[in-house]
Design a protein around this ligand. Structure first.
Ligand SMILES: NC(=O)c1ccc[n+]([C@@H]2O[C@H](COP(=O)([O-])OP(=O)(O)OC[C@H]3O[C@@H](n4cnc5c(N)ncnc54)[C@H](OP(=O)(O)O)[C@@H]3O)[C@@H](O)[C@H]2O)c1
Length: 385
């Protein structure tokens, strides 16, 4: 066992009732017991998606991954960590892993199914939570890993998985018969990643003639006025409208609405305007921080899309992930995703200004910026902790 682990750690706690109230707590670094390993959290990204984890923390059980004192929550973040101590078979100190981490300095895990590709945290409190979030992949055996692209990976990879799977799912559903896809919070990384993928699908499936060809569909982004220029500059959308311009959506083209904003007033306006031309409404996120929709991870995991007949549903990426693992196998899916990620990664480099911060106080500041919506969509916050 490596004894070089520091004796003091910290975590950022967020009040579950008021996400703008936070505190930095210091605590001793946990002792590593037999069967356990200690991770030192190193490099993580913070975007609106992490705020959504907090906003839906109770109903979707996100607070349960990294338990905190009553009334408080530890927000999950994606990133890299290093194994600094291990009493678990097959897990060696010095290994660098990528996975779901707490917004704090350390994570004690109980590795299961450990091999050279990584391990899963088999801690009892995580047993019933979706397995996608419990896996820690060793960088040495991850084909998608590149040491000089860690910033892009922590910012985009978890989001682009959703973009990739959402575009794939929409294509799989033949867009519910729609001729337009409308995406809200179009300036968000997950939404424009989805638009990027929808364009790829359109080009790959013989509809290169674009939105106006016989089988073409239009990809429309909805955003706030301050983010319109940025959203247009990406070139992912055929058309960008601001939230007060939903009246300009065509009634001639039935539309599927991929909702990243979760804004009830916006949804009502869209429904009122489109009426029967709204073919399907899928909720993907709540950047506008509406109250949590009813449901749970377990419910969602058992088949969100089955609500298709009602014309509305939640998108939960692990469901489509499981389907594609069944259709294509793990390697087939990995290959397809890898190709898509290469294309997107190359494009996205010029769309983001990475801002680096270091330590707990920087993390706390960035949390407040992202949670309040003050952060600009061009900024990608990466923190080394
Ligand atoms: N279901 C899933 O599996 C899944 C997976 C990944 C992400 N998501 C969801 O996708 C959404 C986007 O996440 P992201 O990480 O890609 O976001 P991001 O890049 O950080 O998005 C930033 C944009 O979100 C909007 N926004 C952020 N905070 C806001 C606030 N406080 N008030 C109003 N608008 C705000 C603004 O866009 P506009 O001005 O354009 O509205 C802003 O430009 C999140 O809700 C996330 O949970 C869902």
């Amino acid at each position: 066992m490596d004894t070089s682990a520091p004796h003091s750690g910290w975590r950022l706690l967020v009040s579950r009732d008021d996400l703008s109230t936070t505190t930095l707590e210091t605590a001793p670094v946990p002792e590593v017991q037999p069967g356990e390993a200690l991770l030192r959290v190193d490099r993580v990204g913070l975007t609106a998606n992490n705020v959504t984890y907090a906003a839906l923390g109770d109903s979707f059980r996100y607070w349960e991954f990294f338990p905190a004192p009553d009334g408080w929550g530890t927000v999950p973040v994606w990133g890299f960590a290093e194994v600094v101590a291990s009493r678990a078979a097959g897990v060696t100190p010095g290994t660098r892993v990528y996975g779901y981490l707490p917004s704090g300095s350390h994570l004690l895990v109980r590795p299961g199914r450990a091999d050279e590709r990584g391990f899963r945290d088999a801690a009892p409190h995580r047993a019933e939570l979706p397995s996608t979030y419990n896996r820690y992949a060793s960088t040495t055996h991850d084909p998608g890993y590149a040491a000089d692209r860690e910033d892009l990976q922590v910012l985009y990879r978890p989001l682009f998985w959703t973009s990739f799977l959402l575009a794939d799912w929409l294509a799989d559903q033949e867009l519910f018969g729609a001729r337009a896809v409308v995406l809200s919070s179009a300036s968000s990384k997950t939404a424009y990643g989805t638009a990027f993928e929808l364009r790829e699908h359109r080009e790959r499936h013989g509809t290169a003639e674009g939105p106006d060809g016989p089988d073409g569909h239009e990809i429309v982004g909805l955003t706030s006025p301050r983010n319109r220029a940025f959203t247009e500059s990406l070139g992912c959308y055929d058309r960008v409208l601001t939230y007060d311009e939903t009246g300009l959506l065509s009634l001639e083209r039935p539309a599927v609405y991929a909702d990243f904003a979760g804004d009830e007033a916006l949804t009502a306006a869209l429904r009122a305007h489109l009426g029967g031309a709204l073919a399907y409404h899928v909720t993907v996120g709540v950047t506008h921080q509406e109250p949590a929709p009813a449901g749970s991870l377990a419910e969602a995991g058992s088949g969100t899309e089955t609500r298709a007949s009602s014309g509305t549903g939640m998108f939960f990426a692990p469901v489509q992930l499981r389907k594609r693992v069944g259709d294509w196998g793990r390697d087939g899916l990995g290959e397809r995703f890898g190709e898509a990620w290469q294309r997107f990664g190359a494009a996205v480099e010029s769309w983001v200004d990475v801002m680096h911060g270091h330590g707990g106080e920087a993390l706390q500041r960035v949390w407040h910026d992202v949670q309040s919506g003050r952060s600009t969509p061009r900024t990608g916050h990466v923190l080394t902790l």
